[in-house]
Design a binder for this molecule. Structure first.
Ligand code: SAH
Length: 234
């Protein structure tokens, strides 16, 4: 899978993809992330990518021309399954959306800045609008990093143990159970006995109980929807 990110501040995106799981996935050749500097697609002398808003008011607006030029250039190289714009009024990003997007081959993510992009970009060049939460960031770069990370870690070959992603929170609508590692006792704090028992069936039963308990107390909204949809019976 390949993700092309378009940004007018590409420096903000140098680090997130160069370490740990995503770096390994890139080195293995199963994923790629390419960041494009929008300024390279501006035809003005000053490499301008934003301008004053028609009608006045505070804040600059990102211009359509460089964005259109960049997207057209990318589309002339390969076909894209989605052209995403990060926006606080977009669809709220969640695990099912990450799962769906992880099946795509090529994705473009456009990062807004300032007051956002000229509305004609959204009307004509974008296929999906995604928000990462009900708050406003100064730019779409961190949102693009969050979305890309959540998608790319699901691509087969990125994680050492692919089954690991299946046991994370939200994959089955439940919160993940607690995890522990060595030492088995630290300053008197003990690891639950059952995890040291070696009895796999009992361990799985305990994990499921913990998941259900945590979901009930920490995310009653998720728990309710599981019972309402009769996925859970209690
Ligand atoms: N004027 C806009 C906010 C602009 S913030 C409004 O009131 O809706 C600048 C840019 O940051 C946006 O264009 C968007 O790309 C990004 N951004 C801000 N908050 C975001 C969020 N919650 N999710 C995704 N992107 C966000």
């Amino acid at each position: 899978m390949r993700i092309d990110i378009i940004s007018c501040v590409p420096q903000l995106l140098t680090s997130p993809f160069e370490h740990s799981i995503l770096q390994r996935g890139r080195a293995a050749g199963v994923i790629d992330v390419v960041v494009h500097n929008l300024r390279d697609y501006s035809e003005s002398k000053q490499k301008q990518t934003d301008d004053y808003a028609f009608g006045g008011g505070a804040g600059m607006v990102m211009m359509i021309e460089p964005i259109d030029r960049c997207i057209s250039h990318l589309k002339s190289q390969r076909s894209y399954d989605a052209v995403i714009y990060t926006s606080p009024d977009g669809k709220l990003f969640d695990q099912p959306m990450a799962n769906q997007l992880s099946l795509f081959k090529n994705i473009i993510i456009l990062c807004g800045h300032y007051k956002g992009v000229d509305e004609r970009v959204r009307e004509n060049l974008i296929t999906h609008e995604i928000s990462i939460g009900d708050y406003v960031l100064s730019g779409g770069e961190l949102a693009a990093a969050v979305i890309s990370d959540a998608i790319l870690r699901l691509v087969p070959g990125v994680m050492n143990d692919e089954t690991s992603a299946l046991t994370d929170s939200f994959q089955d609508g439940l919160i993940a159970p607690p995890v522990f590692t060595r030492p088995a006792e630290f300053k008197g704090y003990k690891v639950p006995e059952v995890l040291l028992s070696g009895h796999q069936a009992k361990i799985e039963e305990w994990r499921m109980e913990q998941s259900l308990d945590r979901t009930k107390t920490r995310r009653p909204d998720l728990y309710r929807s599981l019972t309402e949809n009769q996925i859970l019976t209690k």
